[in-house]
Design a protein around this ligand. Structure first.
Ligand SMILES: Nc1ncnc2c1ncn2[C@@H]1O[C@H](COP(=O)(O)OP(=O)(O)OP(=O)(O)O)[C@@H](O)[C@H]1O
Ligand SMILES: [Mg+2]
Length: 171
């Protein structure tokens, strides 16, 4: 599913919609360059899970925990040298645990990502406004079809870009 958003608020809102659907054990992998909006999107997910606390990237730690409708485990693996270091963070327990895990810079640990996951790709639209982003969401696993249907049905805040480039939705 592909979205074009034009403000940080729209990115947060899309994250919120996804977050409000998430269930125990879901893992969300965020991909995208520096400043593409991964943390903003993660903040939206937190909102959708009923978490009020402000989400920032964990600076000195690799993972932060938040309490909401479900626990949220927010990883930023930017400073991880390689996947081998992840077991020390409790990563394997988190991804098989009772909460929702969100992983920024998921490409750094691509070999150990959970097989069932939600992938979110964030990209700046360089030739458009500085606040413009393309966000692609890919669901992998048993819950995929249900999530896709629900997110599409939500008529997202941002414009839903169909396969053929048509736009629909909007405010
Ligand atoms: N549509 C948008 N979506 C998200 N962020 C946006 C958007 N437009 C502008 N921004 C700005 O871009 C920056 C995104 O920062 P954010 O920390 O979310 O990115 P990030 O991908 O997590 O970066 P990092 O790789 O450093 O962790 C913020 O300053 C935000 O205000
Ligand atoms: Mg970040």
């Amino acid at each position: 599913m592909e979205y074009r958003v034009d403000s940080v608020a729209d990115t947060v809102e899309l994250g919120r919609k996804l977050g409000s659907m998430l269930q125990k054990g879901d893992n969300v992998c965020l991909f995208g360059d520096l400043g593409s909006g991964k943390t903003a999107f993660a903040g939206g997910i937190a909102k959708g899970l009923g978490i009020d606390g402000y989400i920032t990237s964990p600076t000195f730690t690799i993972v932060n925990e938040y309490e909401g409708r479900l626990p949220l485990y927010h990883f930023d693996v930017y400073r991880i040298g390689d996947a081998d270091e992840m077991s020390d963070t409790g990563y394997y327990e988190y991804i098989s645990g009772d909460g929702v895990t969100v992983i920024e810079w998921a490409d750094i640990i691509k070999d150990i990502l959970p097989p069932e996951r939600i992938e979110v790709y964030m990209e700046k639209n360089e030739h458009e406004s500085p606040d413009s982003r393309t966000i692609r969401i890919r669901f992998i696993g048993d819950r995929a079809a249900g999530y896709e249907r629900r997110l599409a049905g939500e008529g997202a805040c941002s414009r839903y870009v169909h396969g053929d480039g048509r736009h629909s939705g909007g405010r």
